[in-house]
Design a protein around this ligand. Structure first.
Ligand code: PEP
Ligand code: MG
Length: 554
C-alpha cells in the first residue's frame, strides 16, 4: 500500500535483512532483452539450424550456471549456491527439453521455442497453491531470459560501475542478477514484484543486502531522487522532508553502532577457542571448494579447513589432472594454511556433480548410483593418482584425508589397501610424505551411521555430511525443490543418527565433526554441543556467527 505525503511518497514492501540505508534511487533499465527482441524477428526457423543454435546456447548457459554456482559457493554459501544447481537441473528436465524440441520441430525459432516453453511452465507453477513452488516461476523466467540473451548475443547488466553507491530499483531481479550485484556499489535494492520466498530474496538475505520486495510499481520520475530504505519495517520513503531525514539518520546511526559493536565482539572471539559455558570445546573449521577461499577463512577465524571439496580441480579442467598438477595444487593450498590442519576429501563425483570427461553412464537414480568412493574404487588408477598427490602434499603441512559416501567397513579396507600401496610406492621412490597422515570418512549414509561402532575401530575421524545424510535418511532428493520442505521439517531422525554415531565414536576415543549445512544452523548448535561434537565446519560467511553461538551454549 503506497501513500503520498506532502514531500514525496511512501512505499511498503516485505523487508529482507534489517538494514537502514539512504541514497539516490537508480532505476534498472534492462534494455531490450533477448525475449523482447524476438518480437521483431521472424517466428519461423529451420529446425536443424535452430536446434544447433539452441544447443550452443544451452551449453553456454550450463557453463555460466556452474560459474555462478562456484562464485556463490565462495561468496555466499552452499545452500544459496544450490539455487544455480537447481537452475541447471531445470534445464535438463525431460518435459522441458521435450517441449523445446517439439516447438522447434514444429518450425519455431529457438528463441520462441524457449519463450513458449518457459511461459507454459511458469503459468503452471504460478497456478499451484504453494508459495514455494509458485516462486519458482521467477527462476524459469530467469533461465529463459538468459537463454534468449545468449541466442541473440544481448547482455544484461544490472549495475553501472563507478559513481556514488545507490539504491537499485527494478521491476524484478533474477537470481543470476542478484548474485552478480557488487555490494560496494549498491546500498540496497527495491523490486516492484517478488516474494520473500523467491531465490532473489534468499540470495539477498545471505548476502546481507537490505532490500524490499513486492512494493508495487514506483513511477520512473523518482529515478535519481533521494530515498530512505528501512528493511526492518519494510518502508521506502522517496523524496523525504527534512524531519524524516533527521529521524532516519538517528535510527541509522543507532543501527550502525549496534552492528559495529556486534562485529567488534565477533572479531574479539577470533583468537579465542570456542568453548561452551559448560566447558566443551568445539573446533570451528571452514568448508572450502577452491584455494582462494582459504585466506578469507583464516581471516574469519577458521582454526582449520574441515572440508576441502577436491572436485574443484577436476571440474575446472577438460581432461584428467595429472598427479603433478594435483600435487602442486594441494601443496599450494597446504602452504596457505600456515600450519593449520586441512581435511582433503577425495573425489566426490557423480550424482549432482558431473564431469563430461569422466564419461559416467547415465543413471535412473544418480544419487543412489555410481558416485564418490564407488567410482574411486572402481577406477583404482584414478584414485591412486589422487591419493599419491595428497600424500606427497602431506610432507608440506598438516593434511588429513577423508573419503566420502562410505557405507561399509569393507570399503574402508579397500581404500586403506590402496592408500598403503601408494605409501609403499612413494617410499620406494624416495618421495617424502607424512607417514602419520590421518584417515577419516564422511558419515553421510544411514549405513555408516548405523555401522559407526565398527567403522570407528577402523578410522581416525569422522565428519558428518548432513546434506547427503538428510537426503538418504528421509528419502528426499536434495536437488528436488518439491521435497525441500520434507528435509527442513524432519531434522529429528537425522539428529538422532548423528547422536548415536557420536556416542559410538566417542566410546572409541574417536573424533567427530560436522561439515554439512546443518553445522551452520544456529538453532542446532546447542544440540551438537550436547552430543559433544568435536568440530563444526561451515562456509566462510557463517564462521563468526557459529563461533559466537558455541560460546553462548550451555
Ligand atoms: C554433505 O553431504 O553434507 C557434504 C558436506 O558433502 P557434499 O555437499 O559435497 O555432498
Ligand atoms: Mg555429501
Amino acid at each position: 500500500m503506497n501513500v503520498k505525503n506532502e514531500s514525496g511518497a511512501l512505499f511498503h514492501g516485505v523487508g529482507i535483512n534489517n538494514g537502514c540505508v539512504s541514497g539516490k534511487l537508480k532505476f534498472f533499465q534492462r534494455g531490450r532483452t533477448g525475449v523482447e527482441i524476438i518480437a521483431d524477428m521472424p517466428s519461423a526457423g529451420v529446425p536443424d539450424v535452430e536446434r544447433a543454435r539452441l544447443e550452443r546456447a544451452l551449453t553456454q548457459l550450463r557453463g555460466r550456471l556452474s560459474e555462478l554456482y562456484r562464485r556463490t559457493l565462495a561468496d555466499v554459501g552452499e545452500q544459496e549456491a544450490q539455487i544455480f544447481e537447481i537452475h541447471a537441473m531445470l534445464l535438463e528436465d525431460e518435459d522441458f527439453t521435450e517441449s523445446l524440441e517439439r516447438e522447434i520441430a514444429n518450425g519455431c525459432r529457438a528463441e520462441l521455442a524457449v519463450q513458449n516453453t518457459a511461459q507454459q511452465y511458469a503459468a503452471l507453477l504460478k497456478g499451484l497453491d504453494d508459495p514455494y513452488l509458485s516462486a519458482r516461476a521467477a527462476d524459469l523466467s530467469d533461465l529463459s531470459e538468459q537463454l534468449c540473451d545468449l541466442l541473440n548475443g544481448t547482455e544484461r547488466r544490472v549495475q553501472e560501475k563507478g559513481g556514488e553507491p545507490y539504491i537499485l530499483v527494478a521491476e524484478d531481479l533474477a537470481p543470476s542478477e542478484t548474485v552478480s550485484l557488487d555490494k560496494s556499489e549498491i546500498l540496497g535494492f527495491v523490486t516492484f514484484g517478488g516474494t520473500p520466498n523467491s531465490h532473489t530474496s534468499i540470495l539477498a538475505r545471505a548476502m546481507g543486502i537490505p532490500a524490499l520486495v513486492g512494493v508495487g510499481e514506483i513511477a520512473p520520475r523518482f529515478d535519481g531522487c533521494l530515498a530512505l530504505l528501512n528493511a526492518a519495517d519494510g518502508s521506502l520513503t522517496v523524496c523525504p522532508n527534512e524531519s524524516q531525514v533527521r529521524a532516519f539518520q538517528i535510527k541509522q546511526r543507532e543501527e550502525n553502532e549496534l552492528a559495529k559493536e556486534h562485529e567488534r565482539y565477533l572479531r574479539s572471539l577470533i583468537n579465542k577457542p570456542a568453548i561452551t559455558r559448560g566447558g566443551h570445546k568445539m573446533l570451528i573449521y571452514a568448508n572450502v571448494g577452491e584455494a582462494h577461499e582459504i585466506e578469507p577463512a583464516l581471516l574469519n577465524g577458521a582454526e582449520g579447513i574441515g572440508l576441502l571439496r577436491s572436485e574443484f580441480l577436476y571440474l575446472s579442467m577438460d581432461r584428467y589432472p595429472t598427479e603433478e598438477e594435483l600435487f602442486e595444487s594441494y601443496r599450494d593450498i597446504v602452504r596457505k594454511m600456515q600450519g593449520k590442519r586441512i581435511v582433503i576429501r577425495t573425489l566426490d563425483i557423480g550424482a549432482d556433480k558431473q564431469i563430461p570427461y569422466f564419461d559416467l553412464p547415465r543413471e535412473e537414480n544418480p544419487a543412489l548410483g555410481f558416485r564418490g568412493v564407488r567410482i574411486c574404487l572402481a577406477r583404482e588408477a584414478l584414485f591412486k593418482t589422487q591419493l599419491r598427490a595428497i600424500l606427497r602434499a602431506s610432507a608440506h603441512g598438516s593434511i588429513s584425508l577423508m573419503v566420502p559416501m562410505i557405507v561399509s567397513v569393507e570399503e574402508v579396507h579397500r581404500c586403506r589397501r590402496l592408500l598403503d600401496e601408494c605409501c609403499a610406492e612413494l617410499q620406494n621412490e624416495n618421495i617424502r610424505f607424512d607417514p602419520n597422515l590421518e584417515f577419516g570418512i564422511m558419515l553421510e549414509t544411514p549405513a555408516a551411521a548405523i555401522m559407526s561402532e565398527e567403522l570407528a575401530a577402523e578410522v581416525d575421524f569422522f565428519s558428518v555430511g548432513t546434506n547427503d545424510l538428510t537426503q538418504y535418511t528421509l528419502a528426499a532428493d536434495r536437488q528436488n525443490p518439491q521435497v525441500a520442505e520434507i528435509c527442513e521439517e524432519n531434522r529429528e531422525p537425522v539428529l538422532r543418527l548423528i547422536a548415536q554415531a557420536a556416542d559410538a565414536i566417542h566410546r572409541h576415543d574417536g573424533w567427530i565433526g560436522i561439515c554439512g549445512e546443518l553445522a551452520a544452523e544456529l538453532q542446532l548448535t546447542q544440540r551438537f554441543a550436547d552430543m559433544r561434537i568435536d568440530e563444526l565446519s561451515v562456509s566462510v560467511p557463517y564462521l563468526l556467527g557459529v563461533r559466537e553461538k558455541v560460546t553462548a551454549c550451555k
